[in-house]
Design a protein around this ligand. Sequence first.
Ligand code: G6Q
Length: 536
Amino acid sequence: MDRHWQALHDHRKAAQGRSILSYFDAPDRARNFSASADGLLLDYSKTAIDEKARDLLLALYEAAGVPARREAMFTGARINETEDRAVLHTALRNPSAPVQLDGEDISAGIAETLNRMRRFAEGVRGGQIAGQGGAYTDVVNIGIGGSDLGPAMAALALAPYRDGPRLHFVSNVDGADIADTLAPLDPERTLIIVASKTFTTIETMTNAKTARDWMAARTREPARQFAALSSATDKITEWGIAEDHAFGFADWVGGRYSIWGPIGLSLMIGIGPERFDEFLAGGAAIDAHFRAAPAAENLPVLLALVGIWHNQICGYPTRAVLPYDNRLARLPAYLQQLEMESNGKRVAMDGRDLDLPSGPVVWGEPGTNGQHAFYQLIHQGTQIVPCEFILAARGHEPDLRHQHLLLMANCLAQSEALMTGRDLEAARKIALKSGASGDDLDRQARHRVFEGNRPSTTLLLEKLTPFTLGQIIALYEHRVFVEGAILGINSFDQWGVELGKELALAVEPLLRGDDAPGHDPSTRRLAEALREMGAD
Ligand code: G6Q
C-alpha cells in the first residue's frame, strides 16, 4: 500500500505549480474526466487529476482490496467488526432480492416490514388510521442524528411530492424545538413518531416524554396518537405504544444509513408508498452500478478517489458541498454526518494508529445563498476548499423557468471562475474603471485578482425526484464506504458519538448544585457561573 501512496505524492509534487486549466490541453478532457450512471453525470475535469493521477488512484483502490470488501458488505459479512455486525442497509432498498445473513435469507422479513409500513402509511394518508379528532393532518418525527437527519433532509428535498399530512421533525433536547413544533398543532389530529434505534437516546426519550405529557393533557387516549420505530421493540411496548404502531429493524442497519427502512416512515406517509418505492429504486440502481461498473466509470468510486486526492494527497482539510437547489438545504448536514461520523477515526481496522488524515471536514449551504457569504474565502482565501456542486437541469416550478436558468448559470459560472480566476492584467482594467490610478492602481488591482486553480466537481441530474434523491444518497454512502476502505477504517462504528451520549448525564449534577467528583476546574467554574446566572 505504501508505495501506492508514495507514487501519488510524488506525482502530485512533480505537477506542483501546474494550473488545472492547463490539463484541458489534452483532447476531450471534459468528456474523459466525467462519468454517468442512470441519468446522473459526474464531471471531475475541473481538478488537477490527470490520466496518471487517475491510474495511480485506481491502482490504490485495487491494492486496498475495495472490491472484495464491497462484496463482503453486500453479502452480509460482519464487516463492522468493532460492533460485530453486518452492514446491510443496501438490502432494504432491494427487498425482492435474496440476502443471506448467517446462513439465512433475510429478504422475506425486510419485505414484510416494508409491507406493514406501506399499509400503515396508506391508512394514515387515507384516514382509516386516524387520531381522536379525525384523519391526521400532521406527523411529528422525534429522533436525532441518524433517526432524524435522513427523513428531515428527504422531506424537504421531496416537498413537491408531498400529498399526505404535513411533516415536522424534532431533534434537539433544547425544549425550544419541541415547544415551537407542537404549539400550532391540533393534538387530536397529530401523529407522533418516536424514532430511535436504541430507544434510549436521552434527547429523543426526553422529547418523547414531553410529547406524551402534552398529548395526555389534551386528549383522552394519548397512546393512540403515537407510533415508534426502533430495533428495541420490547422497549417500545414498555413505553406504552401499541404493537400495530411499532416498526422494528435489525442491528445491521446503521443509524446514518437507516432512512431506507422504518426510519423513513414519516417520509413514506408524506409522499406515499409508491414514491417511497421510487426512492428505494434510485438507491438500488446505484447499488447495481456500484457493484457492476468498471472502477474507472464507477461514480461512487470516482467520487471517493477525488476525495482521497484532495484530502490525503493534496492536504486540503475541508470539502464544501454546494447544492444549487434550495430543497437540498439539509443535504450538507446529512453528508456531514455520513462522512464525518463514518470516517472520522484515528485508528485503522487492524487497531494501529492511522498514519493518514482521516477525511475532510464537510460543510456547505445551498447556492446561490452561499455566494453572498462564504464564497469570498473559497475564491480568495489562503486555504483551498474543493467544492462539490450539485445541480438539476429542471426545477419544479414551471412558471419560474427563468429563475431556474439563473440558478444554473450561477452554478456553472462559479465552478468556472474558481478554476480560471482573474489575472492581474484583467484586475488592473477593472480597478482602472472604478477610478483607481497612479500608485494606487496596482494595490487596488491586487485585491481584485483571483488566483483560480481551485478544484471542483459537478454532479448533474435531470430533476430532483424520489428516484434521483435515492440515487444521490446511495452514491454518497458508497463514496464514503470506498474512502473508508482505502484508508483501512471501519466506517460503520461511531464511538465518538456514543461518548456524547454518556457525558451529559455526568455533568447534570453540577448544574443542580450537587457534588459530582471528577470534573476539571474550568467545567466546575462554568457550572457555578450558570447557577449564579439563574440556571434552572
Ligand atoms: C448514526 C449515529 C447517531 C444515531 C443517534 C440516534 O449513525 O449512531 O447519529 O443515529 O445518536 O440514535 P438512536 O436512533 O439510537 O436514538
